[in-house]
Design a protein around this ligand. Structure first.
Ligand SMILES: NC(=O)c1ccc[n+]([C@@H]2O[C@H](COP(=O)([O-])OP(=O)(O)OC[C@H]3O[C@@H](n4cnc5c(N)ncnc54)[C@H](O)[C@@H]3O)[C@@H](O)[C@H]2O)c1
Length: 325
Protein backbone atom coordinates (compact mmCIF):
# COMPACT_ATOMS: atom_id res chain seq x y z
CA UNK A 1 0.00 0.00 0.00
CA UNK A 2 1.04 3.61 -0.56
CA UNK A 3 1.16 5.24 2.87
CA UNK A 4 1.57 8.89 3.84
CA UNK A 5 2.75 9.34 7.43
CA UNK A 6 2.31 12.88 8.75
CA UNK A 7 4.65 13.52 11.68
CA UNK A 8 6.83 10.61 10.50
CA UNK A 9 10.04 12.23 11.77
CA UNK A 10 8.77 12.12 15.35
CA UNK A 11 8.97 9.43 18.01
CA UNK A 12 6.05 7.16 17.05
CA UNK A 13 5.97 8.25 13.40
CA UNK A 14 9.54 7.18 12.65
CA UNK A 15 9.00 3.75 14.23
CA UNK A 16 5.75 3.44 12.28
CA UNK A 17 7.58 4.16 9.01
CA UNK A 18 10.12 1.42 9.74
CA UNK A 19 7.35 -1.06 10.46
CA UNK A 20 5.43 -0.16 7.29
CA UNK A 21 8.55 -0.42 5.12
CA UNK A 22 9.39 -3.79 6.67
CA UNK A 23 5.90 -4.96 5.72
CA UNK A 24 6.54 -4.02 2.08
CA UNK A 25 4.59 -0.76 1.89
CA UNK A 26 5.69 2.45 0.16
CA UNK A 27 5.97 5.33 2.60
CA UNK A 28 6.16 9.11 2.33
CA UNK A 29 6.60 11.27 5.43
CA UNK A 30 5.32 14.84 5.65
CA UNK A 31 6.93 16.59 8.63
CA UNK A 32 7.95 20.20 9.31
CA UNK A 33 10.53 19.06 11.91
CA UNK A 34 8.93 21.20 14.64
CA UNK A 35 9.70 18.40 17.09
CA UNK A 36 10.82 15.57 14.81
CA UNK A 37 14.38 14.93 13.68
CA UNK A 38 15.87 13.80 10.41
CA UNK A 39 18.09 11.47 12.45
CA UNK A 40 14.97 9.52 13.51
CA UNK A 41 14.50 8.53 9.85
CA UNK A 42 18.10 7.41 9.37
CA UNK A 43 17.14 3.72 9.02
CA UNK A 44 14.48 4.56 6.41
CA UNK A 45 16.62 6.94 4.38
CA UNK A 46 18.03 5.38 1.26
CA UNK A 47 15.33 2.70 1.06
CA UNK A 48 13.80 2.89 -2.45
CA UNK A 49 10.25 2.86 -1.07
CA UNK A 50 10.83 5.73 1.35
CA UNK A 51 10.24 9.42 0.62
CA UNK A 52 10.23 12.61 2.65
CA UNK A 53 8.49 15.94 2.15
CA UNK A 54 9.62 18.74 4.45
CA UNK A 55 6.76 21.02 5.45
CA UNK A 56 3.50 21.71 7.22
CA UNK A 57 0.89 19.04 6.46
CA UNK A 58 -1.83 21.67 6.96
CA UNK A 59 -0.56 22.99 3.62
CA UNK A 60 -2.41 20.86 1.05
CA UNK A 61 0.41 21.30 -1.50
CA UNK A 62 2.75 19.29 0.82
CA UNK A 63 0.22 16.46 0.97
CA UNK A 64 -0.14 16.58 -2.83
CA UNK A 65 3.64 16.42 -3.18
CA UNK A 66 3.69 13.29 -1.02
CA UNK A 67 0.94 11.78 -3.14
CA UNK A 68 2.97 12.52 -6.29
CA UNK A 69 6.04 10.82 -4.85
CA UNK A 70 3.99 7.67 -4.16
CA UNK A 71 2.02 7.84 -7.43
CA UNK A 72 -1.20 7.90 -5.42
CA UNK A 73 -2.20 7.20 -1.85
CA UNK A 74 -4.08 4.34 -0.19
CA UNK A 75 -3.77 5.25 3.46
CA UNK A 76 -2.83 8.26 5.56
CA UNK A 77 -1.51 7.79 9.08
CA UNK A 78 -2.00 11.21 10.67
CA UNK A 79 0.41 11.64 13.57
CA UNK A 80 1.53 15.25 13.07
CA UNK A 81 0.61 17.33 16.11
CA UNK A 82 2.14 19.46 18.79
CA UNK A 83 2.62 17.10 21.69
CA UNK A 84 4.51 17.53 24.99
CA UNK A 85 2.86 18.73 28.22
CA UNK A 86 4.80 21.99 28.59
CA UNK A 87 3.45 23.22 25.26
CA UNK A 88 -0.14 22.59 26.42
CA UNK A 89 0.15 25.29 29.06
CA UNK A 90 2.80 27.54 27.50
CA UNK A 91 1.59 27.66 23.89
CA UNK A 92 -2.08 26.63 23.82
CA UNK A 93 -2.58 28.93 20.82
CA UNK A 94 -0.03 26.97 18.79
CA UNK A 95 -1.26 23.58 20.02
CA UNK A 96 -4.87 24.32 19.05
CA UNK A 97 -4.05 25.96 15.74
CA UNK A 98 -1.55 23.32 14.51
CA UNK A 99 -3.50 20.29 15.72
CA UNK A 100 -6.76 21.48 14.21
CA UNK A 101 -5.42 22.88 10.94
CA UNK A 102 -3.41 19.73 10.21
CA UNK A 103 -6.30 17.40 11.00
CA UNK A 104 -8.74 19.47 8.95
CA UNK A 105 -6.47 19.37 5.88
CA UNK A 106 -5.60 15.70 6.26
CA UNK A 107 -9.25 14.64 6.73
CA UNK A 108 -10.31 16.55 3.60
CA UNK A 109 -7.32 15.22 1.64
CA UNK A 110 -8.03 11.57 2.55
CA UNK A 111 -11.79 11.98 1.96
CA UNK A 112 -11.31 13.43 -1.52
CA UNK A 113 -8.97 10.63 -2.57
CA UNK A 114 -10.93 7.76 -1.03
CA UNK A 115 -7.86 6.94 1.09
CA UNK A 116 -8.20 5.29 4.48
CA UNK A 117 -7.25 7.51 7.43
CA UNK A 118 -5.84 6.51 10.82
CA UNK A 119 -5.89 9.46 13.23
CA UNK A 120 -3.79 9.27 16.40
CA UNK A 121 -5.91 10.93 19.02
CA UNK A 122 -5.09 10.73 22.73
CA UNK A 123 -6.61 9.77 26.09
CA UNK A 124 -6.31 13.52 26.78
CA UNK A 125 -9.32 13.88 24.47
CA UNK A 126 -11.45 12.65 27.40
CA UNK A 127 -10.46 15.71 29.47
CA UNK A 128 -10.61 15.09 33.22
CA UNK A 129 -11.80 11.58 34.03
CA UNK A 130 -12.46 9.96 37.36
CA UNK A 131 -13.85 6.61 36.16
CA UNK A 132 -11.13 4.12 35.30
CA UNK A 133 -10.40 2.10 33.23
CA UNK A 134 -11.26 4.45 30.37
CA UNK A 135 -13.67 2.91 27.90
CA UNK A 136 -13.65 3.83 24.21
CA UNK A 137 -16.89 5.75 24.42
CA UNK A 138 -16.53 7.29 27.87
CA UNK A 139 -17.75 10.88 27.94
CA UNK A 140 -15.22 13.67 28.34
CA UNK A 141 -15.28 16.43 30.96
CA UNK A 142 -13.46 19.68 30.21
CA UNK A 143 -12.36 21.91 33.08
CA UNK A 144 -12.84 25.68 32.95
CA UNK A 145 -10.07 27.45 30.98
CA UNK A 146 -10.20 30.00 33.79
CA UNK A 147 -8.30 27.55 36.03
CA UNK A 148 -5.62 26.37 33.58
CA UNK A 149 -4.96 25.87 29.86
CA UNK A 150 -3.69 22.27 29.86
CA UNK A 151 -6.65 20.97 27.92
CA UNK A 152 -5.64 22.88 24.79
CA UNK A 153 -4.15 19.60 23.58
CA UNK A 154 -6.94 17.28 24.74
CA UNK A 155 -9.57 19.61 23.29
CA UNK A 156 -7.70 19.76 19.97
CA UNK A 157 -7.70 15.95 19.84
CA UNK A 158 -11.39 15.84 20.77
CA UNK A 159 -12.23 18.26 17.96
CA UNK A 160 -9.97 16.27 15.63
CA UNK A 161 -12.06 13.18 16.41
CA UNK A 162 -15.18 15.17 15.54
CA UNK A 163 -13.67 16.15 12.17
CA UNK A 164 -12.91 12.49 11.46
CA UNK A 165 -16.36 11.26 12.53
CA UNK A 166 -18.06 14.00 10.50
CA UNK A 167 -16.14 12.97 7.36
CA UNK A 168 -16.99 9.30 8.04
CA UNK A 169 -20.69 10.21 8.15
CA UNK A 170 -20.87 12.85 5.43
CA UNK A 171 -17.94 12.34 3.07
CA UNK A 172 -17.60 8.57 2.88
CA UNK A 173 -14.23 8.59 4.65
CA UNK A 174 -12.88 5.27 5.94
CA UNK A 175 -11.61 7.01 9.09
CA UNK A 176 -10.36 5.22 12.18
CA UNK A 177 -9.13 6.60 15.49
CA UNK A 178 -6.53 5.27 17.89
CA UNK A 179 -5.67 6.63 21.35
CA UNK A 180 -2.20 5.53 22.51
CA UNK A 181 -1.58 5.60 26.28
CA UNK A 182 1.79 7.06 27.31
CA UNK A 183 4.12 5.61 24.72
CA UNK A 184 7.81 5.31 25.57
CA UNK A 185 10.91 3.86 23.97
CA UNK A 186 13.95 4.86 21.92
CA UNK A 187 13.75 8.37 20.37
CA UNK A 188 11.17 9.66 22.87
CA UNK A 189 12.14 13.21 23.62
CA UNK A 190 13.59 14.16 27.00
CA UNK A 191 14.63 17.68 27.98
CA UNK A 192 12.46 20.69 28.69
CA UNK A 193 9.67 19.77 26.25
CA UNK A 194 10.05 16.02 26.53
CA UNK A 195 8.16 13.17 28.20
CA UNK A 196 8.58 11.84 31.68
CA UNK A 197 10.24 8.43 31.12
CA UNK A 198 12.99 9.95 28.96
CA UNK A 199 13.40 12.94 31.28
CA UNK A 200 13.96 10.63 34.27
CA UNK A 201 16.53 8.48 32.44
CA UNK A 202 18.31 11.61 31.25
CA UNK A 203 18.41 12.92 34.82
CA UNK A 204 19.87 9.54 35.91
CA UNK A 205 22.46 9.73 33.15
CA UNK A 206 23.52 13.21 34.22
CA UNK A 207 23.27 12.20 37.91
CA UNK A 208 20.91 15.12 38.55
CA UNK A 209 17.92 14.99 40.91
CA UNK A 210 14.84 13.26 39.51
CA UNK A 211 12.12 15.87 39.89
CA UNK A 212 8.56 14.67 40.38
CA UNK A 213 5.65 16.95 39.54
CA UNK A 214 3.91 17.25 42.90
CA UNK A 215 4.03 14.14 45.10
CA UNK A 216 4.44 11.71 42.18
CA UNK A 217 1.43 9.66 43.23
CA UNK A 218 -0.34 10.25 39.88
CA UNK A 219 -0.44 7.01 37.87
CA UNK A 220 -0.04 6.17 34.20
CA UNK A 221 0.12 3.01 32.07
CA UNK A 222 3.33 3.31 30.05
CA UNK A 223 3.19 1.44 26.76
CA UNK A 224 6.19 0.16 24.85
CA UNK A 225 6.46 1.87 21.46
CA UNK A 226 6.43 -1.28 19.31
CA UNK A 227 3.24 -2.48 21.01
CA UNK A 228 1.64 0.84 20.04
CA UNK A 229 2.96 0.57 16.48
CA UNK A 230 1.51 -2.95 16.17
CA UNK A 231 -1.90 -1.56 17.17
CA UNK A 232 -1.69 1.40 14.79
CA UNK A 233 -0.61 -0.82 11.87
CA UNK A 234 -3.34 -3.38 12.59
CA UNK A 235 -5.93 -0.61 12.58
CA UNK A 236 -4.58 0.65 9.25
CA UNK A 237 -4.32 -2.72 7.52
CA UNK A 238 -7.39 -4.66 8.59
CA UNK A 239 -10.43 -4.26 6.34
CA UNK A 240 -12.65 -5.33 9.21
CA UNK A 241 -12.03 -6.36 12.80
CA UNK A 242 -10.72 -9.87 13.48
CA UNK A 243 -14.06 -10.36 15.24
CA UNK A 244 -15.88 -9.19 12.11
CA UNK A 245 -16.88 -5.72 13.32
CA UNK A 246 -16.62 -2.79 10.88
CA UNK A 247 -13.63 -0.54 11.55
CA UNK A 248 -14.85 2.51 9.67
CA UNK A 249 -15.67 5.20 12.28
CA UNK A 250 -14.20 3.09 15.10
CA UNK A 251 -11.94 4.30 17.90
CA UNK A 252 -9.64 2.24 20.11
CA UNK A 253 -7.69 2.77 23.29
CA UNK A 254 -4.34 1.02 23.14
CA UNK A 255 -2.21 0.90 26.23
CA UNK A 256 -0.59 -1.31 28.82
CA UNK A 257 -2.69 -2.28 31.83
CA UNK A 258 0.31 -2.07 34.15
CA UNK A 259 -0.48 0.99 36.26
CA UNK A 260 2.51 2.66 37.91
CA UNK A 261 2.84 5.90 39.81
CA UNK A 262 5.31 8.50 38.61
CA UNK A 263 7.25 7.95 41.83
CA UNK A 264 7.49 4.22 41.00
CA UNK A 265 8.66 5.15 37.50
CA UNK A 266 11.43 7.26 39.05
CA UNK A 267 12.44 4.31 41.23
CA UNK A 268 12.55 2.04 38.16
CA UNK A 269 14.72 4.62 36.36
CA UNK A 270 17.14 4.56 39.30
CA UNK A 271 17.16 0.76 39.35
CA UNK A 272 17.81 0.19 35.64
CA UNK A 273 20.46 2.91 35.45
CA UNK A 274 22.19 2.23 38.78
CA UNK A 275 22.29 6.03 39.20
CA UNK A 276 22.89 7.76 42.53
CA UNK A 277 20.41 10.56 41.70
CA UNK A 278 17.92 11.59 44.41
CA UNK A 279 14.14 11.75 43.94
CA UNK A 280 12.76 15.21 44.79
CA UNK A 281 9.32 16.84 44.54
CA UNK A 282 8.77 19.94 42.43
CA UNK A 283 5.84 22.00 41.18
CA UNK A 284 3.12 20.04 39.40
CA UNK A 285 1.61 20.81 35.99
CA UNK A 286 -1.81 22.38 36.57
CA UNK A 287 -4.62 19.98 35.67
CA UNK A 288 -2.40 16.88 35.74
CA UNK A 289 -4.63 13.78 35.60
CA UNK A 290 -4.35 11.81 38.89
CA UNK A 291 -4.96 8.41 37.25
CA UNK A 292 -5.06 7.11 33.68
CA UNK A 293 -5.78 3.47 32.83
CA UNK A 294 -7.11 2.16 29.52
CA UNK A 295 -9.89 -0.32 28.91
CA UNK A 296 -8.43 -2.18 25.93
CA UNK A 297 -11.08 -4.88 25.58
CA UNK A 298 -12.28 -3.46 22.24
CA UNK A 299 -8.74 -3.38 20.77
CA UNK A 300 -8.14 -6.92 22.01
CA UNK A 301 -11.33 -8.20 20.37
CA UNK A 302 -11.21 -6.22 17.11
CA UNK A 303 -7.47 -5.88 16.46
CA UNK A 304 -6.19 -8.95 18.29
CA UNK A 305 -4.01 -6.45 20.17
CA UNK A 306 -2.36 -6.51 23.54
CA UNK A 307 0.63 -4.95 25.25
CA UNK A 308 3.56 -7.32 25.63
CA UNK A 309 6.41 -5.40 27.30
CA UNK A 310 6.40 -4.57 31.03
CA UNK A 311 7.61 -1.22 32.33
CA UNK A 312 10.79 -2.47 33.99
CA UNK A 313 11.91 -4.37 30.90
CA UNK A 314 11.03 -1.37 28.69
CA UNK A 315 12.90 1.13 30.87
CA UNK A 316 15.90 -1.20 30.87
CA UNK A 317 15.84 -1.25 27.04
CA UNK A 318 15.54 2.56 26.94
CA UNK A 319 18.54 2.90 29.22
CA UNK A 320 20.60 0.59 26.99
CA UNK A 321 19.53 2.66 23.98
CA UNK A 322 20.46 5.91 25.73
CA UNK A 323 23.93 4.58 26.57
CA UNK A 324 24.44 3.45 22.96
CA UNK A 325 23.40 6.89 21.70
N1 LIG B 1 3.68 9.38 22.34
C1 LIG B 1 2.56 9.12 22.97
O1 LIG B 1 2.56 8.48 24.02
C2 LIG B 1 1.24 9.58 22.44
C3 LIG B 1 0.10 9.36 23.21
C4 LIG B 1 -1.13 9.78 22.70
C5 LIG B 1 -1.20 10.37 21.47
N2 LIG B 1 -0.07 10.58 20.74
C6 LIG B 1 -0.19 11.22 19.44
O2 LIG B 1 0.56 10.45 18.50
C7 LIG B 1 1.16 11.32 17.55
C8 LIG B 1 2.67 11.09 17.53
O3 LIG B 1 3.18 11.36 18.83
P1 LIG B 1 4.74 11.40 19.12
O4 LIG B 1 4.91 11.05 20.55
O5 LIG B 1 5.46 10.64 18.09
O6 LIG B 1 5.00 12.95 18.99
P2 LIG B 1 6.23 13.72 18.29
O7 LIG B 1 6.17 15.12 18.78
O8 LIG B 1 7.49 12.97 18.48
O9 LIG B 1 5.82 13.63 16.76
C9 LIG B 1 4.98 14.55 16.15
C10 LIG B 1 5.59 14.93 14.83
O10 LIG B 1 4.72 15.85 14.16
C11 LIG B 1 5.54 16.82 13.53
N3 LIG B 1 4.72 18.00 13.28
C12 LIG B 1 4.24 18.92 14.16
N4 LIG B 1 3.53 19.85 13.52
C13 LIG B 1 3.55 19.52 12.20
C14 LIG B 1 2.98 20.09 11.03
N5 LIG B 1 2.24 21.22 11.09
N6 LIG B 1 3.19 19.50 9.83
C15 LIG B 1 3.95 18.37 9.76
N7 LIG B 1 4.52 17.78 10.84
C16 LIG B 1 4.31 18.35 12.04
C17 LIG B 1 6.67 17.06 14.51
O11 LIG B 1 7.80 17.66 13.91
C18 LIG B 1 6.94 15.64 14.97
O12 LIG B 1 7.90 15.00 14.15
C19 LIG B 1 0.76 12.72 17.95
O13 LIG B 1 -0.38 13.07 17.22
C20 LIG B 1 0.42 12.60 19.41
O14 LIG B 1 -0.49 13.59 19.80
C21 LIG B 1 1.14 10.20 21.20
Amino acid sequence: MRCIVTGGAGFLGSHLCESLLARGHDVCVVDDLFRGRKANMEDCKGMPDFHFVLGDCADISKMEKAEEKLNGVDIVYHLAAINGTRYFNERPDLVISVNLRTTDTVVKFASERGARLVFTSSPEAYGIQNVMPLEENAEGICPSPHSHLRHSYGASKYLGEILVQYAVRERGLDGRIVRPFNGYGPRLKGGEHGQVSSIFLQQCHEEKDITLHGDGEQTRCFTWYSDLIDGIVALGELDEGVDGRPLRGSSFNIGSKEEVSIRELAEIALKVSGSISEITSGDGHPGDTPRRVPDTSAAEAALGWQATVGIEEGMHRCWEWMLAE
